[in-house]
Design a protein around this ligand. Structure first.
Ligand SMILES: [Zn+2]
Length: 419
């Protein structure tokens, strides 16, 4: 089963907002005005064109550019060429999707429904398109990497990350989606059929490569994980100097499972105590590791006294196993303490993947499809009653998007013609 991202061809398509179709058609007859409109839009979004590596002809097209007109499905499309490096840029007006006859408003509604968790089949009904057309559209956006799109939005590469795998199924096989999040954006959403450290390393390495491409000196300072061996090992391999912390919320959820054969009020009261212990230590300004060590020892004594020596011993062994990861979280005040935001992202993706036959298509490109879904996750604004109403994840994290139209943003940011 093919699941690697196809190498994108040297795609220099740029999407330009001409406001409305009539304006575009009018500009087609006036090459000077057309070029001015393109340049003005590029200036407004602050993007530079991707010339060939050897080009020193400045970041933008000059008036000396050549023009070629080609026809796509009855519509005239301009191509602009750099006179220095001869790179050719295809100028797509905002109302045309690359290689697709689907109208943007149809695509927009279907994608929004997809993002909301409606199955591909149902989403396709909304716009009278085929589920496969919608699947391919998401894959097309997914050929641009998350790192490229997020840095285009001005987000710095994440110094502290959350890393975890979503377990899913592809037909009958178990598959894993190695994920890297920072705050409310996904920086990596991979796909592997194997739960080994080698497979996870290979997937997470795609993120590392893309990040180093952007910034050769990029280093991760801290990673929060849930303690799964393959994840731990792959993070040690890729980010050798990084602090590896274990999620404190997972610790809280795990505790009741360590307490066997006791009444549920006793179990509940121990959980409450453990919760108070962790949050009090987190509130401290100094000596947090020392405080945690001391409190964990007292807590084990308390478990032994109230739930018996067998439970006490089990909790002690568990603490021995995990405390280094918890210390790592407390040692650095900038380390994220819980992986809640990553869990939320995984839950949102679960709703989509569960019903999507397209995901299980034998000829499908799972990696591109997942990356496409991740772009939607990062760029679709939250609904109007949400905490961050009207903003998308990228904006919540301090990034900027080129326009106020999320779908146009997806088109512009995933296009290949920008540096
Ligand atoms: Zn050039």
């Amino acid at each position: 089963m093919r699941h690697t991202t196809k190498q994108p061809r040297a795609n220099r398509t740029i999407t330009i907002d001409f406001q409305n179709e009539a304006t575009y058609l009018q500009l087609l007859g006036d090459r000077k005005a057309f070029l001015e409109c393109v340049l003005a839009f590029l200036l407004s979004i602050g993007f530079q064109l991707a010339h060939k590596a050897t080009c020193r002809g400045g970041g933008c097209l000059t008036r000396h550019s050549h023009y070629v007109r080609v026809r796509l499905g009855g519509l005239t499309i301009w191509r602009l060429q750099c006179t220095t490096c001869h790179a050719v840029f295809t100028v797509l007006p905002h109302f045309v999707l690359r290689y697709r006859s689907m109208r943007p408003e149809v695509a927009r509604n279907a994608l929004l429904a997809t993002h909301g968790g409606l199955s591909l089949e149902r989403c396709a009904v909304i716009g009278h398109i085929s589920p496969m057309a919608l699947y391919r559209l998401i894959c097309a956006f997914g050929h641009q990497s998350l790192v490229v799109v997020l840095t285009r939005c001005g987000l710095p590469l994440p110094i502290y990350i959350l890393a975890d795998e979503k377990h899913s199924r592809c037909l009958t096989a178990k598959v894993y989606l190695p994920t890297i999040a920072s705050g409310r954006v996904l920086w990596h959403l991979g796909y592997t059929e194997d739960a080994s450290a080698a497979a996870f390393t290979q997937s997470y390495q795609a993120f590392q490569r893309a990040a180093l491409d952007q910034e050769p000196a990029y280093r991760v300072r801290g990673v929060l994980i849930d303690g799964f061996d393959s994840t731990t090992n792959s993070m040690r391999t890729l980010f050798p100097g990084a602090r590896l912390g274990f999620c404190l919320r997972h610790a809280l959820l795990k505790l009741p499972k360590k307490l066997v054969a006791i009444s549920s009020p006793v179990r509940q009261s121990l959980r409450t105590k453990f919760h108070a212990l962790l949050s009090r230590v987190r509130q401290r300004k100094s000596l947090r590791v020392f405080a945690l060590g001391q409190r964990l020892r007292h807590f084990v004594d308390h478990v032994t006294a109230t739930a018996g020596p067998a439970n006490g011993a089990r909790v002690r062994r568990w603490f021995q196993d995990k405390k280094t990861g918890w210390y790592a979280v407390l040692e650095d005040p900038q380390m994220p303490a819980t992986s809640t935001l990553l869990d939320q992202a995984h839950n949102a993706l679960e709703r989509k993947l569960f019903m999507m036959k397209g995901f299980h298509h034998p000829q499908g490109s799972q990696q591109a499809f997942l990356t496409g879904l991740a772009h939607l996750y990062n760029l679709v604004p939250y609904q109007r009653r949400a905490q961050h109403a009207g903003q998308c994840g990228v904006e919540v994290e301090g990034g900027t998007v080129p326009t106020r139209d999320w779908f146009l943003n997806v088109q512009i940011l995933t296009s290949g013609g920008f540096r």
